[in-house]
Design a protein around this ligand. Structure first.
Ligand SMILES: NC(=O)C1=CN([C@@H]2O[C@H](COP(=O)(O)OP(=O)(O)OC[C@H]3O[C@@H](n4cnc5c(N)ncnc54)[C@H](O)[C@@H]3O)[C@@H](O)[C@H]2O)[C@@H](O)CC1
Ligand SMILES: [K+]
Length: 496
């Protein structure tokens, strides 16, 4: 499913209105009706629509008129401006609602909101430009207070007010909605944190604006990515068909083993662990090699490398080997954990060949690379992921709830699979391994990152269902990969 920025949405709106000659008020009527239907589903006795001065407010006025038309007698509008100050379609929408008998009042700061079972947040949408202050900030606090006291339901029109529709940033007060009715397409800022935490359940309403798919649009990862990343397994294939993954073994050998298991379960034909010493307890199926002077020959047969899981920060041969590989390796690879640290040298970020490596930082690692704080990364995750991709040339998976996948060419995907079952040591190593396994099978780095993130999250969910969110271990996530792959192949094609 595509995810659009405010700017992209404005282009789609403009095209529908000026080229396809659909009047804006027609689109607004569909938007407001969808909002009204979402409210009606809660069977409310009383609805209050909070309306701003722009077209988002217009959606709220239309919704109020439809609710009244459909028999909700107690519906009223609390507007941030006097009706005389409204212009264009929002003015038309308000005029019709008032003619239909919808009572309205202008919000005065400090005033409590009238009681309701459902509040519609139509204060600001994609036109929001800066953090809320003054009257609007006050209105949002009044909503929060009345909802806390009454348990009323909040439905946001298009975007919860206070959430940046493009970046998901929440830089001031913001409405917490249980549901968001997205007009024509979900806005990117409601798919990623922190914005998604304010949007609740997002439902896309077809308001008559056609969204043409294009590479520039962000999207959620899907099971289709997994199907596309895994090659067809014909009867005459052999282990060489599915590639060899080389895993660099450092100080913590268990992490390298988990990465290797992830790669193997994701379908790599062969996993090779290479380190200073043999790894005791590694699966018998793994090939083991010791480092030699000519590292190139150790990994020469590998189609993809995984560097970082368990590498450690003690310097020494593994680290020298990793640096060497980073400088000379010409095939795809995954850089994780302590491997990422190697990208920042003498205060500068190393530039990698575009799209060759997949980087899998968690927010703290991303912050270290960008020389900023973890809080700053988490507040503006989209910016952090896209900047790291642009500056390093790597495909970035910025991990965490709703992982963001960013290609240096600007493509963005959001991964919605996964849950707290993955909040345990070693799951990051498994992700690095899965991505390495997909790379070895020939998936390009962006697809491998998208499919890998999806599969890893899905495996985490399945493991969590079986073993609880509390008790799932990274090795359980590995064990759930086969079922996650099976599920991806049986997923309903409509999701695409
Ligand atoms: N024809 C269209 O363009 C359609 C638009 N629709 C709705 O219209 C929305 C976009 O409408 P607009 O572009 O009018 O924008 P908004 O209604 O989101 O914002 C209106 C105005 O509020 C002001 N504003 C922005 N940030 C503010 C802040 N922090 N404090 C105080 N004032 C602030 C700005 O002057 C802005 O133009 C969409 O989100 C959607 O809900 C839908 O009705 C479908 C059709
Ligand atoms: K809104």
């Amino acid at each position: 499913m595509v995810l659009v920025t405010s700017e992209q949405m404005r282009e789609f709106d403009k095209r529908t209105i000026s080229t396809l000659r659909v009047p804006g008020i027609v689109l607004m009527d569909h938007a407001g009706k969808a909002l009204a239907e979402a409210a009606l589903a809660k069977r409310p006795r009383c609805v209050v629509a909070l309306c701003g001065k722009g077209n988002n407010g217009g959606d709220g006025w239309v919704a109020a008129r439809w609710l009244r038309h459909q028999g909700v007698n107690q519906v009223q509008v609390v507007s941030t401006v006097d009706v005389s100050e409204l212009t264009g379609d929002a003015r038309t929408a308000a005029t019709s609602a008032i003619a239909a008998g919808v009572p309205h009042q202008v919000y005065a700061p400090g005033q409590p909101l009238p009681p309701a079972d459902v509040y519609l947040d139509a204060i600001l949408g994609t036109g929001a430009a800066r953090p809320l202050s003054g009257q609007l900030a006050d209105l949002v606090s009044a909503l929060e207070a009345v909802v806390a006291a009454s348990g009323a339901w909040v439905i946001a029109a298009d975007v919860p007010t206070g959430v940046n529709a493009t970046t998901g940033e929440v830089a001031g007060p913001a409405v917490r909605a249980q549901q968001t009715i997205a007009m024509a397409a979900q806005k990117l800022g409601t798919a990623i944190t922190p914005g998604c935490l304010y949007a609740g359940d997002v439902v896309v309403a077809d308001v008559g604006i056609g969204i043409e798919p294009s590479a520039e649009l962000a999207a959620f990862t899907t099971a289709a990515d997994v199907r596309a990343a895994l090659p067809h397994r014909g009867p005459q294939t052999h282990k060489g068909t599915y590639g060899r993954v080389g895993v660099l073994v450092g100080e913590m050998t268990g992490a390298a083993v988990l990465a290797g298991l992830g790669a193997a379960r994701a379908g790599a034909g062969l996993v090779m662990l290479a380190g200073e010493e043999r790894v005791q307890g590694a699966p018998l199926e793994f090939v083991q090699r010791l480092f030699r002077d000519d590292m190139a020959s150790v990994f020469a047969q590998s189609q993809a490398l995984v560097i970082g899981p368990g590498l450690g920060d003690g310097g020494g041969l593994p680290e020298r080997t990793a640096r060497n590989l980073l400088a000379h390796w010409e095939k795809p690879g995954v850089l994780d954990a302590d491997g990422l640290r190697l990208l920042r040298q003498n205060g500068a970020l190393q530039r990698l060949p575009e799209g060759q490596w997949v980087l899998t930082p968690h927010p703290k690692e991303c912050a270290a690379l960008l020389e900023t704080s973890t809080e700053a990364v988490q507040a503006r995750r989209l910016e952090a992921a896209t900047r790291l991709a642009r500056e390093t040339g790597g495909v970035v998976i910025l991990k965490g709830y709703r992982s963001i996948i960013a290609h240096p060419d600007g493509r963005v995907r959001v991964n919605a699979t996964g849950n707290a079952a993955l909040a345990t040591a070693g799951t990051g190593d498994v992700l690095a391994g899965i991505v390495g396994g997909l790379l070895a099978q020939g998936a390009d780095s962006f697809l491998a990152a998208c499919a890998g993130a999806f599969l890893h999250g899905a495996a985490g969910e399945l493991a969590g269902e079986r073993l609880t969110l509390v008790s799932t271990l990274a090795s359980d996530v590995v064990d759930a990969i086969p079922d996650a792959i099976g599920k991806a192949f049986h997923a309903d094609l409509e999701e695409q």
